[in-house]
Design a protein around this ligand. Structure first.
Ligand code: PGA
Length: 255
């Protein structure tokens, strides 16, 4: 059985004091939840403060990105070595990074290798854009992204990764995929590709979240699907109460 995993992707939101306020409020709201793994992914500058507030809690901390080199002349970049003491998880290849910052399947793959080499747990984002969906290319695109992300990643390392299936047209639009649709892509495309790359055991082991306009009103539907192992939540993770409500509902659906 895969333990559900709900992660909050704060994107470029929250100053350090605002970040501290959010996690200080969130911590007691979800303290009794044991059947769902929880993480928050604040902006880099808030990581030390958030890490301190959440010490000893059931909420993990993740980064939203990282570079693949350990150190060097890479102005503006943050390395896995720098993150290691602050986070356990790192989001890699979010569609906004692919769209605005030129990330490709190849750079995603380099980052996945670097994260795993440093013991960081990657949350690898895949998902088709609207034109690809409308052209009937969802399967082809998602399969290519999964193949690319896991290139030369051995099975024992692949096992600890998480995938977030985020159809790009559903991100921040209020227009989520249907739970059945998400279940189909995760089962028939993502797990099928993983089974091809590795084997059925590994494909069944890797957790796959859904992401894109997840909120308290629709999380139950996603959690009720057998292939959906949780969610990567953007906008609705920016308020402690709303994010806690999503986690509580997920916890109940899986009881
Ligand atoms: P959203 O973002 O929940 O605001 O749609 C999800 C994401 O981009 O991870």
């Amino acid at each position: 059985m895969r333990k559900p995993f709900i992660a909050g992707n704060w994107k470029m939101h929250k100053t350090i004091p605002e970040a501290v306020e959010l996690v200080t409020e969130l911590r007691p709201l979800v303290a009794d939840i044991t059947n769902v793994q929880i993480a928050v992914c604040p902006p880099y500058v808030a990581l030390p403060a958030v890490h301190d507030v959440l010490l000893g809690s059931n909420i993990a901390v993740g980064a939203q990105n990282m570079f693949w080199e350990e150190e060097g002349a890479y102005t503006g970049e943050i390395s896995p070595r720098m993150l290691k003491d602050l986070v356990t998880h790192v989001i890699i290849g979010h569609s906004e990074r692919r769209k605005y910052f030129g990330e490709t399947d190849e750079t995603v793959n380099r980052k996945v290798h670097a994260a795993l080499a440093h013991g960081l747990l990657p949350i690898i984002c895949v998902g088709e854009v609207l034109e690809e969906r409308e052209a009937g290319k969802t399967e082809e695109v998602v399969r290519r992204q999964v193949m690319g992300a896991y290139k030369d990643v051995p099975a024992d390392k692949a096992r600890v990764t998480t995938i977030a299936y985020e159809p790009v047209w559903a991100i921040g639009t209020g227009k989520a995929a249907t739970p059945e649709d998400a279940n189909h892509v995760i089962g028939h495309v993502i797990r099928a590709t993983l089974a091809e790359l590795y084997d059925e055991e590994v494909a069944q082991r890797i957790r796959v979240q859904y992401g894109g306009s997840v909120k308290p009103a629709n999380i139950a539907g996603f959690m009720a699907q057998p292939e959906v192992d949780g969610a990567l939540v953007g906008g609705a993770s920016l308020k402690a109460e709303t994010f806690a409500e999503i986690i509580r509902i997920a916890s109940h659906v899986r009881k």
